[in-house]
Structure formats: structure tokens, C-alpha cells
Design a protein around this ligand. Sequence first.
Ligand code: NAD
Ligand code: TYD
Length: 376
Amino acid sequence: MKRSIIITGGAGFIGSHVVRLFVNKYPEYQIICLDKLTYAGNLANLKDLEGKPNYKFEKVDICDFDAVLSLMKLEKVDGIIHLAAESHVDRSIKDPFTFAKTNVLGTLSLLQAARLCWEPVGYEGKRFYHISTDEVYGALEMTRPDGVNPPFTTKASSGSHHLAYGEEFFTEDMKYQPHSPYSAAKASSDHFVRAFHDTYGLPTVVTNCSNNYGPYQFPEKLIPLFVNNIRLRKPLPVYGKGENVRDWLYVEDHARAIDLIFHEGKAGETYNIGGFNEWKNIDVIKLLIRTTDRLLGRPEGADDDLITYVTDRAGHDLRYAIDSRKLQSELGWEPSLQFEEGIEKTVRWYLDNQDWLDGVTSGDYQKYYDEMYRNR
Ligand code: NAD
Ligand code: TYD
């Protein structure tokens, strides 16, 4: 079947993996990557797709309603996979307005454009897929600080470290309790998406995923920042005591879930995505140091002294842990990669792509748009 799909935020970390998956897997679809190219958007993330007949890039701000609407009409779009967002909690603490504008008003602009295009012709065959985060649910207690076996295991959590840090998990019917301006803005956008389903019948689907890791993540987030700092022997700023728990998922497993849910998820539904793979930050950091040192030929642990405990993040959520059994049982999705394998693969990618890291940290990557599109 032919389809015309806009993927917003496709030049960012997760978006670039989703665009790549769709362009390569569905040659019959037209894939339009729509991105404003903020500091987090990088066309180098999509270089291998340039020139593919079913791929197109459009530099558009999702908050620009007229631009979104005319692109949707021009391209006869029948699907939107919406990832564009401001995504870094620390930035949201410094600049909450930008987060409200992009994440809330930007989502509203897409919803309204989709509705105006689709309502008159009928919603059959249309889909608005909103990608959200587990952070909207707030933070879980750490009732098992030393960790116990999780009630469910997946490939992601099947390694030597096999722990849950509490009895409670985020389920789809959990109350929203966001704490950071980032998660508050994402929560608000989720509400708007559901409101458009309930009020106008827009065929929406929402997913809330746990922390992603893998290639092409902007080195302001924990894993790429720390790999970059270890390689350059720079301090590793650990917030608080490093005891906070995150539930990590390899980015390509998230992209596979998005593909499945875009095609088979039920309209109006929410699915949580995660691999029952909880880690304390300090344990992730030690694993990163061991892996990076080994791959760089340094004695393992040689860079332990880079660990630097710094003032905790304001409102730092203690524990995230996703219950993804609905997605597993209803649609048959499962993660494919065990965490230590995924970390090895990820660290290796950053070390093999030090030009990418240098380009991103120096700001050079922001020239790619001009270089690629100057003469078109
Ligand atoms: P990212 O920051 O790497 O990428 C965001 C992309 O959105 C960038 O390409 C940026 O240029 C683009 N963008 C920002 N503002 C825009 C605007 N106004 N108009 C058009 N494009 C704009 O983010 P990411 O980590 O890839 O996250 C993607 C989505 O997934 C976000 O919605 C985020 O909330 C969600 N999510 C992320 C994680 C994670 O661990 N990274 C986990 C769960 C959910
Ligand atoms: P991050 O990658 O920013 O993702 P999120 O805040 O969305 O979970 O951070 C992951 C965890 O690592 C979080 O508990 C904060 C912590 N952290 C540090 O300790 N130091 C850092 O420099 C960063 C960026 C994060």
C-alpha cells in the first residue's frame, strides 16, 4: 500500500532511527522528515538516506501551523509519527517556555492540521502517532534499594545485572504526575492528543517509552556525554549520589515498537514501551567506564577517577520503571538486545564515529543543512 508519512523530529536521536527504519523497510511509502533543526537536529544523522527516492527532508517548525498545514495538503499526508520535541530535562529547568511552546503548542498545531486535512475526507486509513515518555507518570519509590529480581524479564534485562528496585511499575492507567517542565509539557501534549481523539475522533495512538540509548544521541544526555568525556578524559558529573534508577531501552528496539504500533496499534490506545531493565546511574557509569576503557585499550577502570559527584538536579525523579506487558501481550513486541551488549555496541559506535562527536560538540554539524541543500 502506498502511504505518505510525516515523521517530525526525524533529524534527532530517536527520530533518525525511525526515519531510517521506515525508508529502508517500506520503499512504497513516501517518508517526509519534518524538522526545525534546533541544536538537537542533525542531518548528518540521516546522511545515508540522502538521494533515496522515498525520502524527503523539510525544514519546518511544528509551531508554524500554516507551514504544517500546507505541507500536509501538498504531500497528501495520511500518517504522522510525531517525535519533535525539546527533550532534555536540564534545559527545561533553565528555559521552561521553549518546552511549553514546542512540546504543547507544536503538538497542537500538528493535531489541528491533521484534523483539518482528514476530517472532511474521513479518518479511514489515517493515523496520528504521538511519541511520549514515561516521565509523565512522575517518579516511583525505591522500595528495594538493593534490588530484587524483576517480576518479568525480557531480552533487555537478561544479563548479569537483573534487578528491580521496587514493586511498583508504570502502567498505562497510572495517574500523570510530571515533575520537570519537560515532563509537564509532554504530559500536556499527551492530554491534547487524547482530547483530539475523544472530541473529534482523530485516530490517535500514544506511546510512553523509557530512557533510550544508542547511536546518534546528542552528547548532553547521560550515556553519550559520559562516553565522550571518558574518551577525552574529562570529569563525569554524577548528579547527587548516582542512586537514581532509569529503565534503559536500545533505540532500535524502540523504533521497531513504533513501526509495529503505527501499523497495528488500536486507535485511541496508549502503550508503554520498555524492557524491564532498571539500572542505578552509578552502575551504568561504571559499566560505561569499563567498556570504553577496554575498547580504547586502556586498563579497565583506569578512568574511575573521572567520576565527580555534583549537586543534584532540581526535582530529580528517583526511579522510572515501565511495565510493557500490554504491548508484549497485545502486539507481540519484545526487546531484541541485552543491555550490556547494547552498551558495548553503543560505545563502539561513538568511538568509531569520533568525527560525529567532534562535529556535534564543536557545532560544525549545524552547517550540514546548508551544505546538503544549498543548491536545491
Ligand atoms: P532529540 O532532542 O534528540 O530530537 C528532537 C528533534 O526534534 C530534533 O531533531 C529537533 O531539531 C526537533 N525539533 C525540536 N523542536 C522542533 C520544532 N519546533 N519543530 C520541528 N522540529 C523540532 O529527542 P529524542 O531523544 O530523539 O526524543 C524524540 C521524542 O521521543 C521526543 O518527543 C521525546 O520526548 C521522546 N522520548 C525520548 C526518550 C529518550 O530517552 N530520548 C524516551 C522516551 C520518549
Ligand atoms: P538523562 O540522560 O538526562 O535522561 P533523563 O533525565 O530524561 O532520565 O539523565 C539520565 C540520568 O542520569 C538522570 O537520572 C540524570 C543523570 N545524569 C547525571 O547524573 N549526570 C549528567 O551529566 C546527566 C546528563 C544525567
